[in-house]
Design a protein around this ligand. Structure first.
Ligand SMILES: [Zn+2]
Length: 288
């Protein structure tokens, strides 16, 4: 459903084709010159109309990226209530650890293709990962995604199930902290990898929200995408309350707009990919 094209986007097909052409140009530039401008930023800097790009500049890359330069490991870190595997992909082996996750709310799944595209981008451009280990949990609530609902299969809001100081026990938030296998798996990944900062992708509040010492990172990400920084306030037992406020790890809640579910992965990457790359490049000052 999330890739469905809405009827009011009459020029969507043309725009998507132009986007693909733009990405081809970008991939070519990245491969041949190491240029760092991508996606939304590239479009801002070149022309407001991607259709006017000179097609003659689109050339097949002459060299293949050396994917062996970057380590990439996929592990199963747990299983959902209904037994679906919770996949963790670890890319790179640097000391500074960036954790990103998506689809903790099953009806907010637009972040998953973004994280998959981010993985592809960093593998193709290993310099982005200098000194970094990128830990990705692209689908942390697979049962909710399958049924199209916010909660897990037991009706618990996983983003209220963490052992934060402001936690509240309830049937909706879980009778105890970490009562759900999905939130427990996330907790264990955090304990095992000790991330220096964390980004979680949500919808539909259309902003870059943050918990803990992440004001600067939020500003950086906002600069590279069409989402403003907004402090929404810490929800009881949320991941941000736990990692950001209780543990003091800079934590971003990257809230895509409501129409993100109707946009293609290509369009999503064009608008939000650069902000995610900036989050990979960012170093929290006290962590240095
Ligand atoms: Zn959400």
């Amino acid at each position: 459903m999330r890739h469905q094209v809405s009827n009011d986007q009459a020029s969507f097909a043309a725009l998507a084709a132009a986007t693909l052409a733009l990405m081809a140009v970008t991939a070519f530039l990245l491969t041949t010159s190491g240029a760092t401008t991508r996606g939304w930023v590239q479009q801002k800097q070149t022309d407001s109309s991607p259709a006017s790009l000179d097609k003659s500049t689109i050339t097949e890359p002459t060299t293949t990226p050396d994917v062996s330069k970057v380590a990439s490991v996929e592990t199963i870190v747990g299983h959902s209530v209904e037994g679906r595997p919770l996949v963790c992909r670890t890319i790179g082996d640097g000391e500074y650890v960036v954790l990103m996750m998506a689809s903790i709310h099953g009806n907010e799944a637009a972040g998953t293709p973004l994280l998959n595209d981010l993985a592809k981008q960093v593998v193709e451009t290993p310099d982005l990962l200098t000194g970094v280990t990128l830990v990705l949990l692209p689908v942390v609530n697979p049962d909710g995604v399958e049924s199209g609902q916010r909660y897990n299969a037991r009706g618990v809001d996983l983003n209220r199930n963490f052992p934060a100081e402001n936690r509240q026990n309830s049937s909706r938030y879980g009778l105890n902290a970490l009562s759900e296998p999905e939130s427990l798996a996330i907790y264990q990944v955090i304990n095992d990898t000790l991330p220096n900062h964390i980004v979680t992708l949500h919808e539909p509040l259309q902003c870059v929200d943050y918990d803990g010492p992440a004001k600067e990172l939020a500003a950086v990400m906002s600069e590279f995408c069409p989402l403003p920084v907004k402090k929404l306030g810490s929800r009881p037992g949320s991941l941000g309350s736990y990692t950001g406020v209780t543990l003091g790890i800079p934590t971003i809640t990257f809230e895509l707009p409501g129409n993100a579910a109707t946009q293609s992965p290509e369009l999503l990457w064009r608008f939000y990919g650069e902000a995610l790359i900036q989050a990979v490049l960012y170093r929290h000052p006290t962590s240095e």
